[in-house]
Ligand binder design. Structure first.
Ligand SMILES: N=C(N)NCCCC[C@H](N)C(=O)O
Ligand SMILES: O=C(O)CCC(=O)C(=O)O
Ligand SMILES: [Fe+2]
Length: 681
């Protein structure tokens, strides 16, 4: 086994570092220094060193730069009355974290409570560069020989530096091989396994101490399965896909026998250059195609983000708190606001959507001892992580035959290709219980017409079934006569989806720490469902450049119920999911999978532990796209409120008021369409 440096884990240093799982926290100012002298209060304009009783900030160590971020105090309405910009975190004597910053607004005092919030975007880049230094250590040994090893490193937001001993400069083909190997691991989206273990155990397993620092009793080790058995500490990405790509930007000798390389990761522009370079020098066509494709998808990513990717940290004069700074511990007033308007505060800045093989769950979904089953526990862990971090995941091993999934899309495509008059025979309206065909632009999201056509279906609602509440949705589904097998196929498909969703929800119940049937009975024992067959036209602005809001297939929205199963067209990337810093992350089709996402009811039930993530659809491809979305919901008349177990898991405070699912659905459905008179024109 190869040996790798083991860094000290700040989680076990005094000063309570919370930053592995938490990016923001309320905390208390324990001491303040100005020009090295203790003071009780500091106001606007001063440079200050702040000591806190606990902190989410990572302090410079093991070569990784300290976090940037803010300390602040908010008032009602989320107005900041005090803002301190933190640019440097050091560890002082006794491992105490010193937060160095400038007071941009207001004043702070010793004993006062502040919110400490890390700039998650910058932390992400540091994390990525940190993981890359460890991958470099492994790769260098592979490419130039076991005798080389790391002599130092610097992990910054914009780049990394890696020093190692070797007797001669690296050759071009060696540099390329290094980039090739690391970029391939990134492509593989390998999940890193993090484990806390005793220092002695870690050393036995092959980790060695390096930077001459002291270690706690317990250390945190990370392993990249199948890539290496390396063990390492510090903050790291959870999947190699977060690195997105690597480009070495310089090499030099810095002392006799010591060489240095510098590299950049996680920046689409730089990664694009790396891909072109690799494609150009690829040994065979297949490899060249792989890197060319990767380059194409990066270009697409840059186009849709619309924001220039900056390599620099925030400007000197910037003192607004950027969106990428986490602010979880809101004032009670701000918290109340979250209840009324959907928050977009995802737990993380995920860069890709995890894929989960749920076959172990399906094999034993009603086994009374399922919670103890190893296979199921593995799935449940992945579900929990995916729901907390992204609110989106792919499932494979779901048991629905691929032939049915494909046929459903083919039949949908056939329907949309019929003449407009034919489709209008099952026209949607308030008098059809909002069931049936809607033309392009008839569905609206946040006031803007969506560029899709669709057939909407709902579980049957008999007259008076839920009193006046369900009245707007009463009526039979409107199935087209053409294609003739559509109705039967879709009804069969809906029943498979209902069955599958119920089983996934049992896994999610376990993930929450509840019993597997938490979502049965009054909550979702008699689940309502919504079903949409959707078609997205080809954009008029085919170059995707002069896009207007009229080119959005479906505007940013959250789904309404518990769990959505999306069966999307092959080969077209159009669905995008919004992460915590507001970036749109593509959810490309993965053959044989469903894309699953969390709806508003599950967000309420979990007290926000799982987010109903915003997503949108933009079909920039030159072909018509179909999508068949199945929505698994609670009972129609279920009153939904946060589960006690979830309130405990989210800090003890209830964040959402009770909501009745049927009311939520009806309020959405009745406002989702352009008005009747505009419609007929
Ligand atoms: N049943 C569900 N989730 N349908 C999703 C439709 C999303 C768009 C809709 N106009 C909206 O604004 O919600
Ligand atoms: O077309 C897609 O991929 C997703 C559609 C969607 O989000 C919805 O209908 O709620
Ligand atoms: Fe959706």
């Amino acid at each position: 086994m190869q040996q790798t440096p083991l860094e000290e884990d700040p989680a076990y240093a005094p000063g309570s570092f919370l930053g592995y799982d938490t990016f923001s926290t309320r905390t208390v100012v324990e001491a303040l220094l100005v020009n090295g002298k203790p003071v009780l209060q500091v106001s606007k304009g001063s440079e200050v060193e702040v000591f806190l009783n606990r902190t989410p900030f990572y302090a410079e160590s093991g070569g990784q730069i300290g976090d940037n971020g803010f300390l602040f105090i908010s008032q009602a309405g989320n107005q900041q009355t005090v803002v301190i910009e933190i640019k440097d975190i050091k560890k002082s004597v006794g491992n105490i974290f010193v937060h160095k910053g400038t007071i941009k607004k207001g004043s702070i005092e010793v004993g006062g409570e502040v919110e400490a919030a890390v700039d998650a975007k910058l932390r992400q880049r540091a994390k990525v560069h940190h993981t890359v230094t460890h991958l470099l250590q492994v790769v260098l040994k592979k490419v130039i020989g076991q005798e080389t090893s790391q002599t130092g490193s610097l992990v910054a937001f914009d780049r990394l530096r890696f020093d190692f001993n070797f007797h001669r400069p690296l050759l071009d083909n060696e540099l390329m091989e290094i980039e090739e190997l690391i970029n391939s691991w990134i492509e593989d989206s390998t999940l890193l396994q993090t484990k806390v273990m005793p220092l002695t155990g870690a050393k036995k397993a092959g980790a060695i101490a390096m930077f001459g620092e002291k270690y706690g009793e317990q250390v945190r080790v990370v392993k990249v399965p199948s890539v290496s058995m390396e063990l390492f500490g510090g903050t790291h990405v959870s999947s190699t896909s977060e690195i997105r790509g690597l480009k070495i930007i310089s090499k030099q000798g810095i002392a006799s026998g010591i060489r240095r390389i510098e590299a950049i990761a996680d920046n689409p522009v730089v990664v694009g250059i790396a891909c072109l370079y690799l494609a150009d020098r690829a040994k065979h066509d297949e490899l060249a195609a792989k890197w060319t494709l990767r380059f194409a998808s990066l270009l697409q990513e840059l186009n849709c983000q619309g924001s220039p990717y900056s390599l620099t940290v925030p400007r000197e004069d910037q003192h607004e708190i950027p969106e990428s700074v986490h602010r979880s511990g809101q004032t009670p007033e701000a918290e109340r606001q979250i209840e009324t308007q959907p928050s977009n505060a995802m737990a993380t800045d995920f860069k890709s959507i995890p894929l989960i093989d749920i076959s172990p769950l399906l094999a034993k979904w009603d086994d009374p001892n399922m919670a103890q089953d190893q296979g199921i526990t593995g799935v449940v862990k992945q579900l929990d992580q995916a729901c907390r971090e992204a609110g989106f995941f792919y499932v494979k091993g779901h048991g629905i035959p691929d032939s049915i999934i494909k046929e459903v899309r083919n039949v949908a495509r056939k329907f949309f290709s019929l003449p407009y008059e034919e489709k209008l025979k099952i026209k949607i309206s308030p008098t059809t219980g909002y069931r049936g065909y809607q033309r392009m632009g008839e569905n609206i999201t946040k006031g803007i017409p969506d560029m899709h056509e669709a057939i909407d279906c709902y579980r049957e609602v008999k007259p008076g079934m839920y009193g006046t509440l369900s009245k707007p949705l009463e009526g039979p589904n409107q199935w087209p006569i053409n294609p003739p097998n559509l109705k039967q196929l879709m009804e069969e498909y809906i029943s498979l989806c209902t069955d599958l969703s119920r089983k996934i929800m049992r896994g999610i119940a376990l993930a929450l720490g509840a019993s597997a049937d938490e979502f049965e009975g009054e909550r979702a024992g008699d689940p309502f469902w919504v079903f949409r067959i959707i078609g997205y036209p080809v954009l008029s602005h085919a170059n995707g450049k002069d896009m207007t809001e009229n080119d959005i297939g479906c505007g940013a929205h959250t789904d309404y119920g518990l769990l959505t199963l999306v069966n999307q067209d092959a080969d077209i990337t159009a669905l995008e999911v919004r992460n915590q810093s507001g970036e749109w992350i593509s959810a490309p089709p993965v053959p044989g999978t469903f894309v699953c996402n969390i709806g508003d009811m599950l967000k309420i039930l979990t007290n926000g532990l799982y987010e109903s993530t915003f997503h949108r659809v933009i079909n920039k491809s030159p072909t018509y796209r179909v999508c068949v979305a199945y929505f698994y919901e609670t009972n129609f008349d279920a009153a939904i409120k946060p589960l006690d177990i979830c309130i405990r898991r989210t800090g003890g405070t209830k964040k959402f008021e009770r909501a009745v699912y049927g009311e939520h659905l009806v309020s959405k459905v009745t406002t989702n369409f352009v008005k009747e008179d505009e419609l007929d024109s």
